[in-house]
Design a protein around this ligand. Structure first.
Ligand code: GLN
Length: 541
């Protein structure tokens, strides 16, 4: 039977709960246990797929096409697992399922209530995930912070779990933040005390408290938390802000979190585990800390004010940089600024350019001129989904001479719809969960940048889009040097395009960033970063 580690948050959000949860998953996996993870999101959207990236950050796509919370990206990268949509449950899903069962008359005249109907549904989901994943431990993160009204059904459900599955099978961690007073630099525990009191009021008594802070936490403060929050000293962990999120598992391990959790849950591993610092993860952190040369990569996008909107792209660049022993310095460039002021001042000092995914026409013309600039100045370029589509638009306009070429998404009446709505999207009217989503096979054409990157002829990649390259223009584009080097197995869908006669200019209809791992960078990112460095070195000579 699976054991459960529940992680709640206190004081403020956005202090890296997802990173801590991923780190705990990593630590437990390293101890030899099968781990799965679950994010409980208290908002009423059914999934984040319909939310603005400014509201929510990136939408992380799972193998089975789930549009999920960006924390699942952290979980996958830290624990090195492929999760499914079952690893994200929102209040919207819980309510809509319960209400639709009520409409079918399944409750036989009963009154439907938050307790027990919603809480039972939430608990059922946890049991189902345990069965489906066959994991020894499920690490469950409750989104938001204790005190949020909408989080109450989830907290109530995890409270009930302790009696339901037995006290030895449940471990509660409360993650809080210790603010500091700027004039004295003193860290304060009072908000943590209040938040633990609130949690205990709900009936959850934390077994451990993880304190995030901007500076190191003195021992005396740990003692204070022991007294006020009623946890043993060995249950108070501290995670001051560090230079890389990948250090967090080592920080927690060093303070003894693996022993505390495994002892409390009576988890006995057959494997002889070695500490993280002695295996590949330790080497990774060493590499992160070693000073490296900088590589300046421009990320031209629509939502650049919120870096979380491009979380996986940012991490994939970092992973590729680590592979080549480079520090990736991302220049966040708003496509609209390029539109207003021209590309030169923004792009001239860059060693590589990435255009990531996006929706809607704002900033598109800026992206097209960034692509033109990269192509003409031979700056390595990687386009991700929308970034591939604008690459095709630019080639059609400037190489094929079709000046009004566009995507139907941005100009429904364009005379040259080089990017058009996919056939099976034509009759789709519902917005949520209806794109081409999840993993699809892609056949790599030999003798290409792409084939050299992958070194495999068939790859599986994750998608999230409605539009695609219009096959009517494929031949013309090929004649001007735009080669489709990745195709669906039936040859009908263009999945990768690249430009000949350029050091590296490629675009993928899928999102390679979702598959990148810290110790296993994605081949397309690895190749792009490698070539960007090579070109920069040559031009410096
Ligand atoms: N808006 C484009 C489409 O739907 C690109 C999507 C994306 O970049 N994820 O096809």
């Amino acid at each position: 039977m699976a054991k459960f580690v529940f992680v709640t948050g206190g004081v403020v959000s956005s202090v890296g709960k997802g990173v801590c949860v991923g780190s705990i998953g990593k630590i437990l996996k390293n101890q030899g246990f099968e781990v799965s993870l679950l994010k409980l999101d208290p908002y009423l959207n059914v999934d984040p797929g319909t939310m603005s990236p400014y509201q929510h950050g990136e939408v992380f796509v799972t193998t089975d096409g789930g549009e999920t919370d960006l924390d699942l990206g952290h979980y996958e990268r830290f624990v090195d697992v492929d999760l499914t949509r079952s690893s994200n449950l929102t209040a919207g899903q819980v309510y809509s399922e319960v209400i639709s069962r009520e409409r079918k008359g399944e409750f036989l005249g009963g009154t439907i209530q938050v307790v027990p109907h919603l809480t039972d549904r939430i608990k059922q989901h946890m049991h189902d995930l345990a069965e489906e994943s066959d994991a020894d431990v499920i690490v469950v993160e409750v989104g938001g912070t204790v005190g949020d009204i909408e989080g109450l059904p989830f907290l109530e459900a995890i409270r009930q779990m302790r009696n339901e599955v037995g006290r030895d099978n449940v471990f509660y961690i409360h993650l809080t933040f210790l603010p500091s007073i700027s004039s004295t630099g003193e860290l304060k525990t009072k908000p943590t005390q209040h938040s633990v009191r609130e949690l205990r009021g709900i009936g959850i008594h934390p077994d451990a408290i993880v304190c995030r802070s901007d500076s190191p936490v003195p021992e005396s403060l740990r003692q204070k938390i022991v007294v006020h929050c009623d946890v043993p000293l060995e249950g108070v962990f501290t995670v001051p802000t560090v230079s890389s999120i990948y250090e967090v598992p080592l920080l927690l391990e060093k303070q003894g979190i693996p022993q505390l959790i495994t002892d409390s849950l009576n988890l006995i591993s057959d494997e002889k585990s070695i500490t993280l610092s002695l295996n590949g993860w330790g080497q990774l952190v060493e590499r992160i800390k070693t000073p490296k040369e900088n590589l300046k990569i421009g990320l031209v996008g629509k939502y650049v004010d919120l870096h979380d909107a491009y979380m996986s792209v940012k991490e994939a660049l970092i992973h590729a940089g680590l592979f080549h022993s480079l520090n990736i310095d991302i220049d966040w460039i708003a496509a609209e600024e390029i539109e207003k002021n021209g590309p030169d001042q923004f792009l001239k000092d860059l060693q590589g350019i990435v255009i990531p995914g996006g929706f809607g026409d704002r900033g598109i013309e800026g992206m097209v001129s960034a692509v033109q600039y990269a192509r003409e100045n031979k700056i390595p370029y990687l386009g991700l989904c929308l970034g591939m589509q604008v690459m095709v638009i630019e080639a059609a306009r400037n190489l094929l001479g079709k000046k009004s070429a566009n995507s139907q998404e941005f100009d429904a009446n364009t005379p040259d719809p080089v990017i058009h709505l996919m056939e099976d999207q034509v009759d789709v009217t519902q917005k949520g969960g209806t794109m081409r989503l999840g993993v699809y096979p892609c056949v790599i054409q030999s003798d290409s940048l792409t084939s050299r990157a992958y070194d495999e002829s068939l790859v599986m990649e994750r998608h999230r889009h409605r539009y695609e390259v219009n096959n009517d223009y494929r031949e013309g584009l090929l004649e001007v040097g735009l080669k489709p080097t990745g195709l669906s197995p039936d040859g009908n869908l263009v999945e990768i395009m690249e430009i000949e006669d350029h050091p590296f200019m490629a675009g993928t209809q899928f999102h390679p960033e979702f598959l990148s791992r810290p110790v296993r960078p994605h081949p397309m990112f690895r190749e792009f970063v490698g070539k960007s460095y090579e070109v920069a070195k040559k031009s410096a000579l």
